[in-house]
Design a protein. Structure first.
Length: 89
């Protein structure tokens, strides 16, 4: 189920709005990730629930229906190479 969003790409979304995960999402990683929000032609907000954005570095991380392992590995891997995420774990 690889869908092309990989760690190396590190697509940054500096200007992207981030919507917090609903409070029903209990996993700790949701404190560090939100969903990207875009606007359609009418200026209406649209939330893409197939990917998440790291609030620390704004990298896009794929999110597959309830599976947060991509997000956890993002926090883990990124902590190894930068201090940016050190306070997250
Ligand atoms: Zn990050």
């Amino acid at each position: 189920m690889a869908n092309g969003v990989d760690e190396r790409a590190d697509q940054l979304n500096k200007n992207c709005e981030i919507e917090d995960a609903p409070s029903t999402f209990k996993a700790v990683v949701w404190q560090h990730f939100g969903f990207p929000v875009s606007r359609n032609d009418k200026g209406e907000k649209q939330t893409d629930k197939r990917q998440t954005i790291c609030k620390s570095c704004r990298a896009t991380v794929a999110y597959n229906s309830g599976n947060t392992s991509n997000m956890r590995s993002h926090l883990y891997i990124t902590t190894q190479k930068s201090s940016e995420h050190n306070n997250l774990l």
